[in-house]
Design a protein around this ligand. Structure first.
Ligand SMILES: [Fe+2]
Ligand SMILES: [Fe+2]
Length: 215
């Protein structure tokens, strides 16, 4: 049975272009699962921030000839590491012991759609980055009205950074791939993202799909 969620209105605004970019909203059942497992939510969120920094750094290393990309992603990676430290502090305050968690299927599922030749590989990787940032942002917004004051304020602040990161990734994708190829890539990846978000998922994670019944 679904638990009753206290709803506390907070002014959380998502950029309209970011909402239109995503193929579907987060299922209500995922929000329920997140509220029921806030320790797993926070532990996996911590992992996501670390992976976001690592992905940005890996792009800098792989495409090191592009100074603009390197500078922008270096700043982005630093922001993700600050988020990582903020989640670590929150985990400590809440006495949630650190433990390893398996990764969700989400990023692997999206990256399987990345073309293998350049420059398409870079364009697709940047578009995948935009999807991950946009979905993170949308999930923070979906959670905020139901969280305690401390976590709500933290997530409301974070979603503004992730919205900027979504924009950064998409702008760079357009720079390397051009408007038409990026549009085609977004159209190709949207149904994959939708399926990863809406199809039943046995494991709850920050980017997991719809909780399978009984999960
Ligand atoms: Fe972040
Ligand atoms: Fe981010």
């Amino acid at each position: 049975m679904l638990q009753e969620m206290p709803v506390k209105p907070l002014p959380v605004m998502l950029p309209p272009d970011l909402l239109a970019f995503l193929p579907c909203p987060t299922p209500a059942a995922w929000v329920q699962a997140a509220l029921a497992q806030q320790d797993v939510l926070l532990l996996d969120h911590r992992n996501c921030e670390l992976k976001a920094a690592a992905s940005a750094m890996s792009l800098i290393a792989r495409y090191s000839h592009d100074a603009q990309l390197a500078m922008s992603l270096s700043k982005l990676a630093r922001e993700e590491l600050v988020h990582h430290e903020q989640v670590l502090r929150l985990l400590k305050r809440r006495n949630i012991a650190l433990r390893p968690l398996t990764a969700s299927r989400y990023a692997v599922g999206l990256r399987a759609a990345v073309r293998t030749h350049e420059p398409a590989k870079l364009v697709d990787t940047l578009v995948v980055g935009a999807f991950i940032e946009a979905r993170s942002c949308e999930r923070f917004a979906a959670l905020v009205p139901h969280l305690d004051d401390e976590l709500a304020a933290f997530y409301a602040g974070l979603l503004q950074s992730e919205a900027r990161h979504y924009d950064n990734y998409l702008q760079f994708a357009r720079r390397f791939g051009g408007e038409a190829d990026v549009r085609r890539t977004v159209d190709r990846i949207r149904p994959i993202e939708q399926s990863l978000i809406e199809s039943p998922d046995a494991e709850f994670r920050f980017h997991s799909g719809c909780p399978a019944s009984g999960a």
